[in-house]
Design a protein around this ligand. Structure first.
Ligand SMILES: Cc1cc2nc3c(=O)[nH]c(=O)nc-3n(C[C@H](O)[C@H](O)[C@H](O)COP(=O)(O)OP(=O)(O)OC[C@H]3O[C@@H](n4cnc5c(N)ncnc54)[C@H](O)[C@@H]3O)c2cc1C
Length: 285
């Protein structure tokens, strides 16, 4: 099928984009970033925006830089930018590890980090990273700037706190200290498919004991989140099967998995147990 008719806008500056969004946001206008989620839904007429505000011509939005201890990712930075570490240290390596699981190369070449966050698919790897690391989302509009912490940003399936007239201009990720360890594990049916369950774990070591653990799970509930019960099961414990099984069990118990015709809640819960345990093993290997 072909998309329904729409009016195309190609602003050349952020101010111009915000002015256009202020005008058309409430009349079914939306941002076009990489188009890798929006265009297929338009082709199936699941989305019929009346206006598309294409941000790809705005050079300022392609910035990827470190400022004040944070990696600042502009709205036009593509997934593929992260295939090689973009910063020294664990954060660059973590992003390079995770990006391999997003779709296929042609999609990674066009799709954007911020587009994934704005789209908020429950199985988005970048949404999991944002939730795990405590990202900040920078939303701009003609009314000004809002910086929204990840824990407040995701509302439900594919729904965020962004208003229709706001542009997600940048996402900021805190740099990780050199001694941060991380482990990621995703289960999907085929390489490149969306995750059915995935876990991202970070921690540090205080002597032989785990400190400051972060255990986050995605692809399971309406949006990814940290699982405090799993983190509590790890804090101050020696890495190893006993602590990992306890944390994995705590995570599996804490989630309320989505289910559909193909995947039951029980199956997803069992996968949570597996992906959390494997992510922990990878973090501490
Ligand atoms: C076959 C296939 C497999 C895929 N597999 C995966 C996968 O495994 N994991 C995964 O995470 N993704 C996957 N994707 C989705 C892909 O990662 C998209 O690139 C991503 O979800 C959206 O980014 P985009 O830049 O393409 O956004 P677009 O498609 O342009 O936009 C998506 C939505 O977000 C809004 N939006 C985009 N940018 C902004 C912004 N800066 N401010 C405000 N609103 C904005 C748009 O208005 C639209 O509603 C897959 C896609 C395809 C086609």
């Amino acid at each position: 099928m072909k998309p329904a008719a729409f009016r195309y806008h190609a602003p050349k500056s952020i101010q111009e984009a915000l002015a256009t969004l202020a005008e058309v946001g409430r009349e079914d206008g939306c941002v076009l970033a990489g188009g890798q989620s929006l265009v297929p839904t338009m082709a199936f007429r699941l989305a019929k925006p009346k206006h598309l505000v294409d941000i790809n011509g705005i050079a300022e939005l392609a910035r990827l830089e470190v400022r004040a201890g944070k990696l600042c990712i502009g709205a036009c930075v593509r997934h593929a930018a992260f295939e090689q570490p973009v910063v020294e240290g664990p954060l660059g390596r973590l992003l390079a590890e995770v990006v391999r699981h997003i779709a296929h190369r042609p999609i990674r070449a066009r799709g954007t980090f911020c587009g994934s966050i704005a789209h908020a698919d429950p199985a988005s790897e970048w949404c999991l990273v944002a939730a795990a690391l405590g990202a900040e989302m920078v939303a701009l509009s003609t009314r000004g700037e809002r910086v929204i912490p990840a824990r407040d940003f995701f509302d439900s399936i594919m729904t965020t706190m962004l208003a229709e007239y706001e542009l997600l201009a940048e996402v900021r990720l805190p740099l990780l200290s050199d001694d941060t360890r991380f482990g990621f594990c995703e289960f999907s049916r085929r390489a490149g498919d969306f995750a059915i369950a995935m876990a991202l774990v970070t921690c540090r070591m205080n002597g032989a004991k785990i400190s400051a653990p972060c255990v986050a799970v995605g692809g399971v509930e309406a949006f990814p989140r940290r699982i405090e019960a799993a983190e509590a099961a790890l804090t101050g414990r020696a890495p190893g099967a006993e602590a990992f099984v306890a944390a994995a069990e705590a995570a599996a118990e804490a989630v309320e998995p989505l289910e559909d015709d193909n995947i039951s809640a029980d199956y997803r819960r069992a996968l949570v147990r597996t992906v959390v345990q494997r992510a922990l093993e990878r973090a501490t290997a």
